[in-house]
Write a protein that binds this ligand. Structure first.
Ligand SMILES: [Zn+2]
Length: 453
């Protein structure tokens, strides 16, 4: 699958790069992978992961070893993880910490966004310092007061500073006035179960925040990227901003395309596994999101991979058991299963193979300054290649997956199609869904300016 769409072709790899694409004869001594009846696509890029991240007394279940191993098995060859500068830390300290978590431990290539929780220095200094380090995207939160949330002034300053040099601001869009007030109301009435988590974060809170983000981006004359968009009203705001001509982008995640708020009706300990923000929505939002992807209003599917083991979900943020929904560690797994989950719509005839590759590989690579090295099968690109076998079947049960997790939100599903070979810079890292070799091959990728998908 090249930039001009799907066609039969041979791909010649030399060292770490794609050397030629076309009707080729293998050079003497070349190793040959027979990819007849297979789809040969660029390695997938997951632009939203949280590996080895502390939340209260617990830590996201996958570190850079298990997380990038799972990524490789599922066909993802680059992850862009969220490094965080917490309050009182400089961005350099935040970045150094994430480098030390990842260095020498990844099986696939990786980079970082930088999460900003306060402006310790002028925004343009932070943006410039990070660009020198190959960090060309930032994340800011419109919710989680006290720990992560920043004011609209900080968002606007970051948008202006980033926009001037082609870096990209990513926003977690939920209106905190709504969320905080609803949380307080629920707790006052002793409504403690996970379903109240969802009630406290309604689609309207997401849509209002997206609309506010669009106004700030417009005033700053800057591009802006909405992370983990979950609902139809929020999608309508993205679409409206794009129709006004803004460089306004959004990603959604498999959990919002496949799972619904019904999960919160399960027994509280089960339901806690689906606590994430934004929460799962009523089922009718899903088709709207799929339509948004097909129409290009949503450009990217990433995972927001932030898994917690069943024990950590039950133990809560303090480790001693949660007493109400606010104490449940938030996040869900997805790194290994994204590419196949989105491919199911190709087998159903609802999406073209090109749309699948665009949303999982090419668009995230372009938006996050990894292109043309990553995200597209072209001569000169890194030989990050997935040979995808459409006839392979795989149930998404924990025993068949490599994420460090004892349950799977998709255990009821059997995938049609799975990667048979996964290469990172010409090096085989997974075969038939099992890792090959040890973690350590993956390296940090310094990114360039954000491009247009
Ligand atoms: Zn996230």
């Amino acid at each position: 699958m090249g930039p001009d769409g799907a066609r039969p072709a041979d791909v010649l790899i030399s060292g770490e790069h794609v050397e030629a694409i076309g009707d080729l004869d293998p050079p003497p001594g070349a190793q040959v992978i027979d990819a007849r009846r297979m789809l040969v696509i660029p390695g997938a890029v997951d632009a939203h992961t949280h590996l080895d991240m502390n939340v209260g007394a617990v830590r996201s279940a996958d570190d850079f070893v298990t997380g990038t191993t799972a990524a490789a098995c599922g066909g993802t060859t680059t992850v862009v993880d969220f490094a965080t500068a917490y309050r009182g830390e400089t961005v350099a300290q935040g970045l150094a910490k994430w480098h030390s978590k990842a260095e020498g431990r990844a099986l696939v290539d990786y980079s970082f966004h930088m999460t900003i929780t306060e402006l310790t220095r002028p925004a343009e200094d932070i943006v410039a310092e990070m660009a020198e380090q190959g960090i060309t995207s930032f994340k800011l939160y419109m919710t989680y007061p006290g720990r992560l949330m920043v004011s609209d002034e900080v968002i606007s300053e970051m948008l202006r500073a980033a926009g001037r040099v082609g870096s990209l601001v990513c926003l977690h869009c939920e209106d905190d006035a709504v969320v905080s007030s609803r949380r307080a109301q629920a707790l006052e009435r002793r409504f403690t179960e996970p379903r109240w988590h969802a009630w406290s974060r309604p689609p309207s809170a997401e849509a209002d925040a997206v609309a506010r983000a669009a106004r700030m981006a417009e005033e700053a004359e800057a591009a802006c990227y909405v992370v983990h968009l979950s609902s139809a009203p929020a999608l309508a705001e993205v679409r409206a901003a794009r129709e006004r001509g803004l460089n306004f982008y959004a990603e959604t995640c498999p959990q919002y395309l496949y799972l619904s708020a019904e999960r919160y009706e399960e027994a509280p300990q089960e339901a806690a596994r689906y606590v994430c923000a934004p929460p799962l929505r009523d089922g009718w939002h899903q088709e709207e999101l799929w339509e948004g992807l097909r129409a290009g209003h949503l450009q990217v599917v990433s995972t927001d991979h932030c898994p917690f083991t069943a024990a950590d979900k039950s133990g809560g943020l303090s480790g001693g058991g949660w007493k109400d929904f606010t104490e449940i560690p938030g996040g869900m797994p997805g790194l290994e299963t994204r590419l196949a989950l989105i491919y199911q719509r190709v087998t159903d005839g609802d999406m073209t193979p090109e749309q699948w590759v665009e949303s999982c590989c090419t668009a995230p690579a372009k938006l996050f300054g990894l292109h043309p090295r990553k995200g597209e099968l072209t001569v000169g690109a890194d030989a990050d290649i997935v040979v995808f076998d459409p006839s392979s079947e795989r149930p998404l049960v924990p025993e068949r997956l490599h994420m460090n997790l004892d349950y799977s939100p998709y255990a009821h599903l059997v995938m049609r199609g799975w990667p048979s070979h996964v290469l990172v810079r010409g090096h085989l890292v997974a075969r038939d869904g099992e890792p090959v070799g040890d973690a350590g091959w993956g390296k940090f990728i310094a990114r360039g300016p954000s491009g247009t998908p």
